[in-house]
Design a protein around this ligand. Structure first.
Ligand code: FUC
Length: 803
């Protein structure tokens, strides 16, 4: 499934960008893509360097004398079964009457306020829980005296490896960190320029909300226990293998002492007895699997462990290269990243373009590090959390946040990272059916504002956010998009369609005829996270429209004719949620009540523009114009994720300069020194949203055409990108200079007609099949649209002769 153009790193020599070169076929030497500091982190949140393998995460703060290495394992949560009062958020049966009552009140009063609705429908949360920090390694180094010089703490995105290096007492110390997906372990190597220089004392700390037993034996420190809240069991093992020196365990303190080793390899494995299985969510502690991994690590050379990690990691990360400036590495190495960020103004200078390039790839890096097959999906903080009570529980909010986490997955060619999302969605279907039944007496499945890892699909009490029954429909969009980008029919039939169909079934039962228009609407409906409870707010309608449209297409592909017909009938009667109001705006509600001065961070009524495809400049210009009016009124400020969403909106409106302005605003106003997005506080969705937005500036494929460089900002005059992905299972690489496309290469995973929309500056485009005797492919060219028939696996080279 993942093949074709070789690994191409980000540096790209523009001098060599001759027209005849094929981008895919010219890999350049791997260079580092670093986020770095010249000091240890003073603050975990803003200066820590994150590493992860989806299931586990560590944050490198790199203190010199006494290092705290913070650990995460994604299934360690309080709450859920076993926690007091946990009921999946399911309300009493009487709620069905309450829903009917609220619906009737809405119609009678033309909308009601959220507090009144929440008084009827809101529920107190019981036993919802929080994502937990797994613990901290406490490493006290013996070399405590003497000045420290040449300190560097860095994370190389090209390798997924972090390093801490410094000199003290004429010895150069180096610590190297990575989290291996193949071995499911975090690995740290401590080494030094002089022999016998590695001496330290290692222990663990955990939050006091759990029991802990520690045991130090045979070079392994085991810590295990149970969370008080829900009795979830956890176990962590820290194995130390030394070269030379002496290793002693202290049974009493549960610490391990290493003295005068030449180097040491510390490996950490961790697990809980959580299982992603409704309704109990418990399995067995996989102690044997942990021991097996530690044994493998012990039997291997460190270099082999690292090589295995690099092979695994670069296969994903290396797929897409972006170059916005020649020799970006030079600028990235010239100053610590936080300095580059401080000086950033979004003016397109060389260091700024290098930083943007880094920031784009950081989103891809974070997705690989926090979402790999077999783990839970990336939560509000990915996989990184150092608290027992993190903001918003570090959960899964589904009125934008979880969805935004996965926006870059398809277009930046990391489809595998979405697999945890699909496992998660599947695991929500069963409890979601209970909610659909309980709250609405409906078939299908649903959930509302937020969920945990224990199938919470019910309601909470927060008046201005709790009601969002469209969440399942929105999540189902990801299923269909994955199919569109990868064209995997088995995935569509076996995974995507069943969940999409159940989500649609819910709306077949729940939509009601609007008393004013007679059209089918969602009621009660609430536009996140403001305004009144109404019939048919724009976002509710647009999400259902998106789901139904996708289900019709999917039903057609899988041959479910009956259901397709049913949904088509519903679709014909559905209020599409797109109305233009008195000041030219796209209405957020059925009534024309939008306030021009409203700058709320949620821009829900533009769902149809992005991530939906109901509105586009090409197909629905009047609505696109109205969306622009709304977006201008909302302004260019916002929380981290809100700015990121706006990058995507402006890209879809084909306004690259404005998209860049939003991106610059995000870097200047919503980005921490370690490049994590801040809401505030740290919330990872904005990282993912911004990376997706940057990709959307370079390629779009939601209109049935593949549009190249649809929203290129003036700051990105020259650049190259490799192997972005378009719908239809097509990989696209491009180069451009003087803001004009030079050439592009395309490889399709299946034979199909390709419809390319080229930038206006591309005069007399040609298409050639690489390696073919034929000079040109049969193309039809109308204006700047190029249509040609692509054969599976063949490489097509498109060139422009730019004037
Ligand atoms: C939604 C947003 C908030 C925050 C929270 C986690 O409710 O409105 O801004 O991002 O999710």
């Amino acid at each position: 499934m993942y093949k074709r153009c070789g690994v191409l790193k980000t540096a790209f020599t523009f001098a060599a960008a001759v027209l005849t070169a094929v981008v895919c076929a010219s890999p350049v030497e791997a260079k580092s893509l670093p986020i770095w500091f010249d000091a240890p982190a003073l603050d975990w949140e803003s200066e820590g360097l994150p590493l992860g393998n989806g299931a586990m995460g560590i944050v490198v703060t790199g203190e010199v004398a006494r290092e705290t290495l913070q650990l995460n394992e994604k299934t360690l949560w309080t709450g859920g079964p076993g926690a007091q009062g946990y009921n999946f958020g399911l309300p009493a049966d009487s709620i069905k009457q309450d829903v009917a009552h609220v619906r009737q009140q809405i119609t009678q009063h033309n909308g009601i306020d959220p507090q009144t609705a929440a008084d009827k429908l809101g529920q107190n949360m019981h036993g919802y829980g929080h994502y937990q920090s797994f613990g901290e390694l406490d490493i006290q180094y013996n070399d405590q005296t003497g000045a420290v010089s040449n300190y560097v703490r860095s994370l190389d995105l090209n390798q997924g490896v972090a390093t801490v290096a410094y000199t003290r007492n004429n010895t150069h110390y180096k610590r190297e960190y990575f989290v291996s997906y193949p071995l499911q372990a975090a690995i740290v190597k401590l080494s030094a320029s002089n022999k016998q220089s590695i001496s330290f004392n290692l222990g663990v700390r955990v939050h006091p909300n759990r029991t802990i037993e520690t045991q130090a034996k045979k070079g392994v420190l085991t810590f295990s226990g149970k969370l008080f809240d829900n009795n979830l069991q956890y176990i962590g093992k820290v194995q130390i293998v030394v070269d030379g020196g002496e290793l002693t365990e202290n049974e009493k303190t549960g610490r391990i002492q290493v003295s005068r080793a030449n180097n040491a390899v510390i490996s950490i494995v961790a697990a809980t007895n959580y299982a992603q299985a409704y309704p109990h969510y418990r399995g067995k502690l996989p102690v044997k699997a942990l021991d097996k991994n530690l044994a493998k690590i012990k039997a291997s050379d460190y270099s082999a462990l690292l090589a295995e990690h690099l092979t695994d990691y670069t296969a994903l990360f290396g797929r897409v290269g972006l170059s916005l400036i020649e020799n970006a590495e030079y600028y990235l190495l010239a100053k610590p990243t936080s300095e580059l960020l401080k000086q950033y103004k979004g003016e397109g200078s060389a260091p700024e373009r290098a930083l943007e390039q880094l920031y784009f790839q950081f989103g891809r890096y974070l997705l690989i590090a926090s979402s790999r097959n077999g783990s839970l999906p990336a939560n509000l903080q990915g996989v990184w959390n150092n608290s027992a009570t993190p903001p918003w529980n570090a959960d899964y909010h589904v009125n934008i946040n979880l969805q935004m986490n996965y926006w870059p997955a398809q277009v930046t060619n990391l489809g595998e990272t979405a697999l945890p999302l699909f496992d998660f969605i599947d695991s929500l279907v069963e409890p979601g059916k209970q909610s659909a039944q309980k709250v609405f007496g409906a078939r299908g499945w649903t959930l509302f504002l937020n969920t945990n890892i224990f199938g919470y699909t019910g309601l909470i009490e927060w008046p201005t956010a709790f009601w969002q029954p469209e969440a399942a429909a929105w999540l189902a969009q990801h299923y269909f998009e994955h199919y569109q980008f990868y064209q995997d029919h088995t995935f569509l039939t076996e995974r995507a369609y069943p969940a999409m169909k159940e989500a649609a079934l819910f709306w077949v039962d729940v939509l009601v005829a609007d008393p004013n228009t007679g059209l089918l609407v969602v009621s009660p409906s609430f536009s996140p996270e403001q305004g009144p409870f109404v019939n048919g707010a724009a976002m509710s309608q647009q999400i259902v429209f998106d789901l139904f449209t996708n289900v019709v297409e999917a039903a057609n592909l899988v041959g479910d004719t009956e259901f397709k017909k049913l949904i088509q009938t519903k679709l014909a009667k559905l209020d599409p949620g797109t109305r233009i109001g008195s000041w030219g705006q796209l209405q957020e509600w059925q009534q024309d009540i939008d306030d021009k001065t409203n700058t709320h961070r949620h821009i829900s009524h533009l769902f149809a523009l992005h991530p939906g495809d109901q509105i586009s400049v090409q197909a629905t210009p009047a609505f696109a114009k109205a969306a622009k009016v709304s977006l201008n009124a909302r302004g260019d400020e916002g929380t981290g994720w809100s700015r990121a969403w706006k990058v995507n909106f402006w890209a879809r409106l084909l306004d690259g300069d404005r998209a860049h302005k939003l991106l610059a605003g995000q870097l200047m106003g919503s980005t921490l020194p370690n490049l994590w997005d801040t809401h505030p506080p740290f919330q990872i969705d904005g990282n993912f949203g911004a990376t997706a937005g940057m990709a959307e500036m370079l390629i779009q494929s939601h209109t049935g055409q593949i549009t190249l460089l649809p929203a290129l900002p003036k700051q990105w005059q020259t650049g190259a990108v490799t192997n972005l992905r378009a719908r239809g299972d097509v990989e696209v690489s491009m180069r451009w200079a003087n803001s004009k496309l030079i050439d592009a290469t395309l490889v399709a995973g299946k034979s199909q007609p390709i419809n390319l929309a080229l930038p206006n500056s591309c005069i007399s485009p040609t298409v050639k099949q690489q390696g073919s005797n034929k000079n040109k492919v049969t193309v039809s060219i109308a204006n700047t649209a190029v249509v040609f028939s692509a054969t599976r696996g063949e490489l097509y080279h498109v060139t422009c002769s730019n004037k």
